[in-house]
Design a protein around this ligand. Sequence first.
Ligand code: 5AD
Ligand code: SF4
Length: 373
Amino acid sequence: MTNISNTTALDSAAEIINRAEYTLDDMETLLSIDDREGMDYLFGKALEETQATVGESIYFRGIIEFSNQCEKNCFYCGIRRDNPNFKRYFLSEDEIMECARWAQENNYGSLVLQSGEDSSEEFVDFVERIVKRITKETGLGITLSVGEQTEEAYRRFFDAGAHRYLLRIETSDPALYARLHPRDHSFEQRIEALRALRKVGYQVGTGVMIGLPHQTIRDIAKDIEFFRKEDFDMFGMGPYIIHQDTPLASPKLIEKWEAEKDDIFNLALRMLAVTRLALGNVNIAATTALQAINPVGRELAFNAGANIVMPIITPKKYRDAYILYKGKPCIEDSAGVCKGCLSKRIDSVGRDIGWGERGDSPHYKERTSVDAL
Ligand code: 5AD
Ligand code: SF4
């Protein structure tokens, strides 16, 4: 039975959710709801908002993790430059084309090409070439997730046929960013990169990790405020998952993370829900990291505001070398298994799959038609 204090808490959550625009305090209140009934209420409202703003369908983007070579050294990431404990790989053009053709034959509307960061001319040439080839031979939508590059490189990729770009800000708090990255990884440069992507004409996606050491709920409310101010189109947010071969993984921090992981997971779902409620018609991904903590993490995300999923289509033999965080799911599976498994998961929550469609965010269409006036 609902007790009186719960009813009051739900009334106040309902009142905040109905506000036209959220203040930081509003978002912090919603992000802090931690009882089951309150969370279910928040997720239900986010689902209603999803259906009203972006529709019923979940869109697939097959993700090809084409290289795990990275010149950066982010303190949280398993494939950082200084981790020697796994083999580096780089897929050939033909291997990538084979994945792309598989996606096309299986009626996926879009691909994501993801890799570690590499600023060399050879890398930029390679990405430009493969984007051109995929566009010409398959016509699939292409999202790039290849880190910070020059504006000229962004333009070349765009002209070659890429139309979406993912670059997470990781945290919108400059001081926290500085604690998570070596000195030569610049927060300002990342903001500039995101703005350059928008200028070139991409649908721009960003996101953060949730549950980072020293991160507060206020920081997360500020992340959502940042998303709104910079007017992004797509979001990928996931729980921070400790990786044993990183500088952030002392035995003490591992123990702390293990003790807190369920709370981090729930906070991640609440962030998805509040982002949907605050921003409306944007695309929000059910990230793989959610499933690393909870076996039904992605289904729960579809019920809390997500409308995008990125099934892994990287060839099976490379999957165990693309481990950004501990417990990454699907590394033993093939593309076909991932397709069947995710289809069932989406079916289980009563949603449709937008087979063969690109599933661009209505937010992008809205802002570009306004820009064009
Ligand atoms: N836990 C969760 N997400 C991580 N990423 C990198 N390392 C981790 C981790 N330990 C995310 C970053 C990056 C994306 C490709 O993967 O947000 O932008
Ligand atoms: Fe490289 Fe990205 Fe990992 Fe940072 S998060 S080390 S840029 S792959």
